[in-house]
Design a binder for this molecule. Structure first.
Ligand SMILES: C[S@@+](CC[C@H](N)C(=O)[O-])C[C@H]1O[C@@H](n2cnc3c(N)ncnc32)[C@H](O)[C@@H]1O
Length: 457
């Protein structure tokens, strides 16, 4: 498979592996809400933070949404977005590798970017997630106005790259049908099955010429044949049944070509698949997002937030209540806020000071029942909580020996992950952590106690 190459790619290939394991340390005074919550807000570089999560959260994240710096060559108020092209690629590569490990077998990752880097990222993601796991490149209409001063084309959309961990296993959940969709169904003939929409009796031809020769005579005498290049969608027996039940429409004057009455009440699912085009009317836009965050901090509003409606659509398609969501470029905290409002669990990671000045206060207000964004839509009245963490010491020193003061739980997770490549399911105080494929990790704990342990990740 052709792969992307860039200056210093060899180093990028080993960055994630060479990054040392650190502990994440709880900051109780910045944590808020229910004390038994699993929600995590982590301040720090996401390379370190993701690596720290590997032993405890590998294969556990149902949905990853990231909105990394797009490399637009701008200096935003709260972060820089100006890396040399190769450096940007080297920045994102190891983070994607770690995100891939954290994703569950039935999980998916959603990445927003613009034209600056998205096409390079597609090729990189094919390498990391597997080309066969590429789901779609959705287009989100982030702006609804035309920039009259545009030098070339007025940029109105972002890309949303979607990969599944395992595309054959993964399916998106249907979206709720909107009122506008349902309003297209009418009942001009007062049919007892209720409102309906007329749909063709034919489909694009896949089969043989023989199918093209099909013809059917309806009870009113109309002799129907599928138009050139199409095939009938229904066999003769179904057409007969529909005709008898008055489910064929010949137009208001009963003289038009026949079509099928498709009844709203008979649609297989009450939902609808998502299109790859996400209009601002359905998924929000940048201006709306700015208005949402201004409510939290008018003087110093975060400059590049995403609208809550965009994240809601991702979570509607990719998750159910209680699923774990991860955003490792958290910005102003939108993903975490929406996850809480939709009763999902979250891990949010943000490098900048705005983890404390913007994310934390926003999430605190959400716990208290904040009513902006999607709150009304999802009947959010408050609850939940989060724990705030910062990155702590590395677990093993440069010789590979255990540092002093590492807790049993942290050590147990690392030993278990080191041997099984899976996260430890439950905390235990027994030196026998469990048995996996005949391996007894307690043997290593005993060795550590003798001071001979050398950890190789
Ligand atoms: C485009 S913003 C994300 C905006 C977010 N989606 C929102 O709705 O507010 C990108 C964020 O990634 C953060 N970031 C950049 N590099 C990072 C790193 N190495 N670790 C963690 N966060 C990082 C920046 O500080 C910035 O807040």
């Amino acid at each position: 498979m052709p792969i992307l190459n860039w200056l210093n790619k060899e180093q990028a290939l080993t960055t994630a592996r060479d990054c040392p394991y650190r502990l994440v340390e709880l900051v109780p005074e910045l944590s808020y809400g229910e004390s038994d919550t699993d929600n995590m807000l982590i301040q720090g570089d996401n390379l370190d933070a993701l690596k720290a999560l590997i032993p405890t959260h590998s294969g556990k994240v149902k949905c990853i949404f990231i909105d990394p710096p797009y490399n637009t060559k701008s200096a935003f108020e709260h972060y820089d977005d100006n890396l040399e092209h190769s450096k940007w690629l080297s920045m994102i590569y190891p983070r994607l590798e770690l995100l891939h490990q954290l994703l569950s077998e039935d999980g998916s990752i959603w990445i927003t970017l613009d034209d600056s880097e998205s096409h390079y990222l597609k090729v990189m993601c094919d390498e990391i997630f597997g080309r066969k796991n590429f789901v779609a490149n959705s287009v989100w209409q982030k702006k609804y106005t035309i920039a009259n001063d545009a030098k070339w084309l007025s940029d109105s959309h972002d890309h949303l790259l979607i990969y599944a961990k395992n595309k054959e296993e993964w399916r998106p959940y249907p979206l709720e049908r909107t009122e506008a969709m349902n309003n297209r169904y009418k009942n001009p003939d007062n049919h007892p099955k209720g409102v309906w929409k007329s749909t063709p009796l034919y489909a694009k031809r896949k089969g043989s010429e023989k199918e093209a020769a099909f013809s059917y005579t309806f009870k009113n005498g109309y002799i129907w044949t599928p138009p050139a290049g199409t095939s009938p969608r229904f066999p003769e027996s179904t057409l007969k049944k529909m005709d008898e039940n008055d489910e064929i429409w010949f137009g208001v004057k009963s003289d038009a070509a026949p079509s099928r009455k498709t009844f709203l009440s008979e649609l297989k699912s009450s939902g609808t698949p998502s299109s790859t085009i996400w209009l601002h009317s359905d998924a929000g836009h940048n201006h709306e997002a700015r208005e949402e965050v201004k409510v939290f901090d008018k003087e110093d509003a975060f400059t590049t937030p995403k609208p809550e409606r965009l994240i809601k659509r991702v979570l509607d398609l990719a998750t159910k209540p209680n699923d774990l969501i991860l955003d490792s470029f958290l910005g102003s905290g939108t993903t975490a806020a929406v996850a809480m409002k939709m009763n999902r669990k979250f891990i949010g990671i943000e490098l900048g000071d705005h983890a404390v000045t913007h994310c934390q206060p926003r999430l605190k207000k959400v716990v208290d029942g904040e009513q902006g964004g999607i709150s009304e839509d999802v009947n959010w009245t408050g609850g939940s909580g989060f724990k705030f963490y910062r990155l702590g010491e590395v677990i093993f020193n440069e010789n590979g020996s255990l540092r002093e003061g590492i807790s049993f739980d942290a050590l147990a997770s690392h030993i278990w992950y080191g041997d099984t490549r899976q996260s430890l399911q439950q905390s235990t105080k027994s030196p026998l952590l469990g048995v996996h494929n005949g391996i007894d990790p307690c043997r290593q704990i005993r060795t550590i106690k003798l001071g001979k342990f050398n950890y190789a990740a």
